[in-house]
Design a protein around this ligand. Structure first.
Ligand code: KG4
Ligand code: ZN
Length: 352
């Protein structure tokens, strides 16, 4: 079984081919960072135009790398949402056109399901598992019961964790994208220098909040005259911020682990997924929790944490082999929760 995947929901244009032996036959990712950097964040219209300009070529390259023709495919999958609608439309139209021309089934994949199922492509992870999904638009804890079966038990009540990294990095003048830059300078910093809040720590439940943490960093930055905002100060602040995020994630995830183990005694895996899962410090910190709980922490390799099309092809394949198909009149979905039954949280993750 061979599936082509297309990802265009944010600022990566990506195409990949995977098969049901869990082989990634090709995986092309074109980052649009240079297009967006002058604006300090993703500009939706620029993203959509860049996807349009590059996607056909990337698909051709991914097919070439994999050594397959459209005729060899079993299905064509694309991100159908959630995400920036212009980009999602470009990917969806392209995937539909290929599916129609090659007379292959079309699969519209939920981008979050792509992140959620990546570990089943890269590792032997069986259902059910507990998932901490941490990206630029989302910060959620979900119980993954099966393909298409998600129970959300926690979410952010304000910023997503990647967003907190990006905004904090921006106010510290670390440029864009902020997450990786902040992690890098934090390596040299003293995590104990600045006292920062651990929002919601000790409270019941698994919801998150990061906006107070971001504001506390801003207050420290504002307290230093510009000439005193040295590399040392920034490194210490970054390290203190990262430690506070780690403490917060562990505290919130601990409640989730407890709930998961009670309801699903057979489950023993905590999966960390989404762009922020690329953060090595946070991966390390979360193993403290899984070690204590007698669980296993599984996170995809770094390049499959951030947005890519292999995860979309794989999620498409998982659904395809269960007999699911989507119609060519599928409408791209700017919002598409994994668990539609979960209660709405005011201001929760913009793409939720
Ligand atoms: O999953 P993703 O590529 O896109 C979304 O679906 O949102 O996640 C991107 C987010 C950005 O906020 C980025 O700053 C963050 O993931 N990120 C990181 C790291 N690498 C990417 N955050 C912290 N540390 C990192 N190493
Ligand atoms: Zn993503």
């Amino acid at each position: 079984m061979i599936v082509l995947g297309i990802e265009t929901s944010c600022d990566e244009t990506a195409a990949a081919v995977v098969n049901d032996k869990r082989e990634i036959l090709s995986n092309r990712v074109l980052s649009q960072l240079d297009d967006h950097r002058p604006y300090g964040g993703v500009v939706p219209e620029i993203a959509a135009r860049a996807h349009l300009e590059h996607l056909d070529r990337l698909v051709a390259e991914a097919m070439d790398d994999a050594g397959v023709e459209f005729d060899d495919l079993d299905a064509v999958a694309c991100t159908g949402g959630p995400g920036l609608i212009g980009g999602v439309m470009v990917g969806t139209m392209t995937a539909k056109a290929i599916a129609f021309a090659a007379q292959k089934p079309f699969m519209a994949v939920n981008h979050l399901e792509g992140h959620a199922l990546t570990v089943r492509l890269t590792d032997d992870v069986a259902f059910p598992y507990l998932l901490l999904l941490v990206s630029g638009g989302h910060c959620q804890v979900l119980i993954v019961e099966g393909v298409g079966r998600y129970k959300r038990i926690g979410t952010t009540i304000d910023d997503a964790v990647g967003e907190a990294f990006d905004k904090t990095a921006k106010m510290m003048g670390l440029g864009y994208p902020g997450g990786p830059a902040l992690e890098k300078i934090a390596e040299k910093g003293n995590p104990n220098r600045f006292g920062l809040p651990r929002p919601l720590r000790g409270r019941p439940g698994c919801d998150f909040s990061f906006s107070g943490l971001k504001t506390a960093v801003r207050n420290y930055m504002d307290g230093f005259p510009v000439e005193q905002q040295t590399e040392d100060v920034k490194a210490d602040l970054a390290a203190s911020f990262q430690r506070a995020v780690g403490d917060t994630l562990i505290d919130r995830a601990r409640n989730a682990v407890f709930e998961f183990m009670q309801d699903y005694p057979a489950g023993n895996t905590l999966v960390l997924a989404g762009g922020v899962a690329a953060n090595k410090y946070l991966r390390g910190r979360l193993t403290e929790l899984t070690d204590q709980a007698g669980m296993k922490l599984v996170a995809p390799p770094l390049d499959l944490c951030t947005d890519n099309a292999a995860m979309i092809a794989w999620a498409g394949l998982e659904r395809f082999r269960l007999g699911e198909r989507d119609d060519l009149d599928f409408k791209p979905r700017p919002r598409w929760p994994l668990d539609p039954e979960a209660p709405k949280r005011p201001g929760a993750g913009v793409k939720a």
